[in-house]
Structure formats: C-alpha cells, structure tokens
Ligand binder design. Sequence first.
Ligand code: HEC
Length: 170
Amino acid sequence: MAMLIGIAFYLPFLIFGAFPYNTKTNTNPNELSQLTEDIDSIDFYAMNEFLPSSPEEIQKEIDAFESWEGGKCRFCHAVKSDDRDRMAPTLYGIFGRPAGVENNYTYSDALINMKDNGLIWTPETLDAFISDPSNYIPDNRMRVQGIKDSETRKLIVNYLMRESKPNIGE
Ligand code: HEC
C-alpha cells in the first residue's frame, strides 16, 4: 500500500516533470529586487493597451494557451493570483520576472542556473523558450514540444500579457 501511494506521488514527476502539493520558498524579496534592479523601471504590462481586443482575437488567445492543439499551457500552469496551484510554477506576473523565482515549486537546476545567469521573462525570451524549450534551456523539466508556429506563440504571449498582469501591490 505504501508503495502504491509512493508511486502515485512519483508518477506526475515522471510524466510532467513536476511534484504535486509542493510548498517551498525559492527567493526572498531582497534577492528578487537585486535580480530585477536593471529593469525596475520597465512596465512590461503597459503593452496591454496595444493588444487587439475583438472577442474573436481574445478567443484565439484562449485557445492557443489552453487547448490541446495549442500550447496546453493551462494544463500545467496557473495564471491568476487566486488560481489553484498546478504542477508547475505559476505564470502570474511572469513578464519582468527572473526565471526560477516563483514559490511553491522545486525548479530544476537548469532553471536555477538561468536565474543566476540573469534570464528575465519578457515577450521575447518567453517566445524563444516555448519555440524550443529543451534547446533554450537544456535539461529543464518542462516536458513540452516546441511550438513551431510563430502566430500561435504570439497568441500565447498576448494571452499572458492580458491575463497574468499582477494586481497592484502584489
Ligand atoms: C506538462 C506540463 C507543462 C506544460 C504543458 C507547460 N509547462 Fe511550462 N513549465 C512546466 C514545468 C514543470 C516548468 C518548470 C521547469 C523546470 O523547473 O525545469 C515550467 C516552466 C515554465 C516557465 C518558466 C517559469 C519560471 O518561473 O521561470 C515558463 C515561462 C513556462 N513554463 C511557460 C509555459 C507556456 C507558455 C506553456 C504553453 C506553451 C507551458 N509552459 C506549458 C510544465 C509545463
């Protein structure tokens, strides 16, 4: 029985590269402000204003982010501050954030190294990452095939621009 429970916990790791029910603090506020020192004045979410806003376009973004034919991102990632934690780090407030700093998730060494090398998530770096995750960050644990279609990647980036904007003060 204990073994069965053990396997039940280990399975998600094998399949998705993630542990369920993780609570962990990865970065304290001091380290975070040091890491973002150079870009503190940039409001990445200001781009929001320039996103196309027709209902059709918004639906296309949702499909790109959520659907099985699209990026499947939703399957593993939370986006809003009050989303339940999923098996991967949340993407809430992702733009302008260093790689590998979100709490309640145990990152791979690969992601931690990228943090130490100064990788910041921007529309450009995120696009590059999802176009070929294992090439952009070798040995990372996001088991996702690259999204080759640049239009789909753009829709995903726009979705995150719109949906992951942090609430003031958080
Ligand atoms: C099968 C589950 C899964 C899917 C689907 C998935 N991810 Fe991930 N993602 C992960 C895991 C696990 C990590 C952490 C990787 C590590 O620690 O090496 C991660 C990490 C990330 C990171 C870095 C987060 C940070 O805090 O540095 C970003 C950005 C990201 N994913 C975006 C996306 C986007 C956009 C999509 C959709 C195209 C997507 N992911 C689809 C599991 C997934």
